[in-house]
Design a protein around this ligand. Sequence first.
Ligand SMILES: Cc1cc2nc3c(=O)[nH]c(=O)nc-3n(C[C@H](O)[C@H](O)[C@H](O)COP(=O)(O)O)c2cc1C
Length: 172
Amino acid sequence: MNRILVAYASKTGTTKRAAEMLARSLAPDCDLYDLRRGMLQTLSGTETRMPFRSLDLTAYRAIVLGSAMYIGRPVKPFLRILQESASSLTRQPLYLFTCGLATAKEEQSYLWPLLPGEIADHAKELHHFGGELCEKGGFFQRMMRKDYEKKGLALPKLDEVSVQQLSALLQS
Ligand SMILES: Cc1cc2nc3c(=O)[nH]c(=O)nc-3n(C[C@H](O)[C@H](O)[C@H](O)COP(=O)(O)O)c2cc1C
């Protein structure tokens, strides 16, 4: 029961990258789960299709769940899994993280009211890893990138220090 599960919901890849970064820092005792595709993944790249509810969560000493934020909401499967599996997600330490361009405080204020009460009580705090605007992220991401460039602003980047801070917490 030494393993940690890192499950993520990502649309354009940033949250996936953050989850992989976290999982690599916890290797080898870590599994990844893609909430949108319903795939259990290993760091070596193998994938097994499996509904989240079929995972044996008691095999993990901690669970980390993360989502990208879009228009003030997490990606749908993230909330759905929290609602469907609330009771099995509160049997071991649960850590939540978000990726997005808003501040940690703003993400907390958007996300917390949407969480099932028992999850909000159990998870205690939100870790925020910042966000990115991918070139291949579609029309809105490209538009937002152009806006940053027009204003001479540096493009937003994933906050790798915050990822490492959560990793340290999970290893302590
Ligand atoms: C249409 C649109 C809406 C967005 N809304 C939010 C938002 O409400 N809050 C936020 O923090 N970031 C928002 N973002 C930024 C994304 O969360 C950010 O690009 C993130 O890195 C995407 O993660 P993903 O690549 O894992 O999907 C938005 C981006 C787009 C394109």
